[in-house]
Design a protein around this ligand. Structure first.
Ligand code: ADP
Ligand code: MG
Length: 422
């Protein structure tokens, strides 16, 4: 028994090792912005752990050797997707084949069946809440153990006492549970770290924005005053019109500066009832010239007679919508279509703004809203940060779905205060 425990503990160490090494790598990644290797490294660590588990198995003292190899294999399927999972399976079968001994076919059938099941579950796994994750990973191990059990009984003449089977079942289940829980804890910690870094940057930007805005506002006000004076003097109507337009543009610039200040003070000051579809029309009117220039077709699909009101500051909501739609238009460099629709759910509404542009990778989606994050040559990386903070201050949220080269959909969810159907 003593020997069993020692070998078993070593096996367990091999299961935990990749998780801790990954944590180390993630931390390094944050220090050095080391993003490219994410999944690849995890798969490599899992592969090493799988091989180590198989090379240093434990025995129940009956000549047969056992190990925890299915734990890293399942982690691979669940956390890095079917493609990497099958890669690990291939490695496992290869090692099993060359290690030799009877029972290769038991492994082949039972593990392939388990792999297919795990591949199916892995699609839904990442989105599950923690409890479901723990439950499904343990359930998967259990099913895979059952497969091995029946395969062992049917195909080969491996005979183990019931007690041994129970111990083996329990060992695998407990290991899987602990491994999943530890990996989830590590991931949560890293998420918190990322949020902290974001918050810190936001703090710096908001201070900077506040000071710059004040600096820029003064010259703008001065220019506006002089233009106003020129406008009132006796000049040709043509020049007058130009000056009027310039004043309008200066006002817009001042407005934008005011809006960039919003994230420094996220709570809206002047709450009013905003009619959503009216606001969207307004924003579309502002953006139509830009859309035409990019040969983008903006299509609205909502009923004019459904009037939903939300509570907030009109100018800020406008700013948030402009920033999001402008990104959509800019993402379609060679033209395309932008759809805007409003969906009403109970007590809340969802504004979907989708484009057929270049889309984003998951890594880009994760970084949206981070100050200065931009992929554009002349981008500021401030637009979405402001939009996110405005929508949040209205009690809403934004979700983003995107597929590279296909398009992006921003969904703005806002609480509704009054619905009037006319
Ligand atoms: P900026 O537009 O100045 O780059 P934003 O905060 O508005 O800053 O956007 C940040 C980044 O998010 C963009 O540089 C772009 O890479 C990405 N992005 C935002 N919206 C979209 C979209 N609809 N399609 C593709 N990429 C987008
Ligand atoms: Mg932008």
């Amino acid at each position: 028994m003593e020997l069993i425990t020692k070998d078993l503990l070593i096996n367990f160490l091999f299961v935990l090792l990749p998780l801790f090494l990954m944590q180390m790598f993630y931390l390094l990644k944050y220090s050095y912005r080391f993003e490219r290797f994410k999944d690849t490294w995890f798969v490599i660590f899992l592969l090493i752990s799988l091989a180590m588990c198989m090379f240093f198995p434990f025995s129940f003292g009956n000549g047969f050797t056992w190990d925890l190899r299915r734990v890293p294999l399942l982690l691979g399927f669940l956390y890095t997707g079917p493609k990497n999972g099958f890669l690990l399976l291939a490695a496992l079968l290869l090692i099993r084949y060359f290690v030799g001994g009877s029972g290769f076919y038991v492994t082949l059938w039972s593990y392939t069946a388990m792999a297919i099941l795990a591949a199916l579950v892995s699609k839904y796994y990442i989105k599950m809440p923690l409890k479901q994750k723990l439950l499904s990973s343990v359930l998967l191990v259990f099913i895979s153990m059952l497969l091995t059990y029946f395969a062992a009984i049917k195909v080969s003449d491996i005979s183990l006492t019931t007690n041994m089977w129970i111990v083996y079942f329990l060992l695998n289940i407990v290991s899987m549970w602990i491994a999943t829980a530890i990996w989830e804890v590590i991931k949560t910690n890293l998420d918190v770290l990322q949020k902290l870094i974001k918050a810190e940057k936001l703090d710096i930007v908001s201070n900077l924005a506040a000071s710059i805005s004040h600096e820029v506002r003064n010259p703008l006000t001065a220019s506006r005053g002089f233009m106003q004076l020129s406008h009132e003097s006796s000049i040709s109507p043509e020049t007058k019109e130009y000056i009027r337009l310039s004043i309008q543009e200066l006002d817009r610039a001042t407005d934008i500066i005011n809006d960039y200040l919003t994230f420094a003070k996220p709570t809206p000051e002047k709450m009013e009832k905003i009619l959503v579809h009216q606001e969207i029309h307004q924003v579309v009117n502002i953006l139509t010239p830009l859309a035409n220039m990019n040969s983008v077709n903006i299509k609205l699909s909502f009923k004019e007679n459904e009037s939903f009101h939300v509570l907030g500051e009109r100018k800020k909501l406008e700013q948030a919508l402009i920033n999001i739609m402008k990104n959509g238009i800019e993402a379609m460099e060679s033209g395309g279509e932008m759809f805007i629709e409003i969906e009403y759910e109970v007590q809340r509404l969802c504004i979907n703004i989708s484009d057929t542009g270049k889309g984003m990778t998951q890594m880009q989606i994760d970084r949206l809203g981070e100050p200065y994050f931009t992929t554009k040559e002349k981008g500021t990386g401030l637009g979405l940060m402001v939009s996110f903070s405005i929508i949040q201050s209205m009690g809403g949220s934004i979700t983003v779905r995107s597929e590279i080269h296909k398009g992006t959909c921003f969904s703005i969810i806002l609480p509704v205060i009054a619905v009037k159907m006319s």
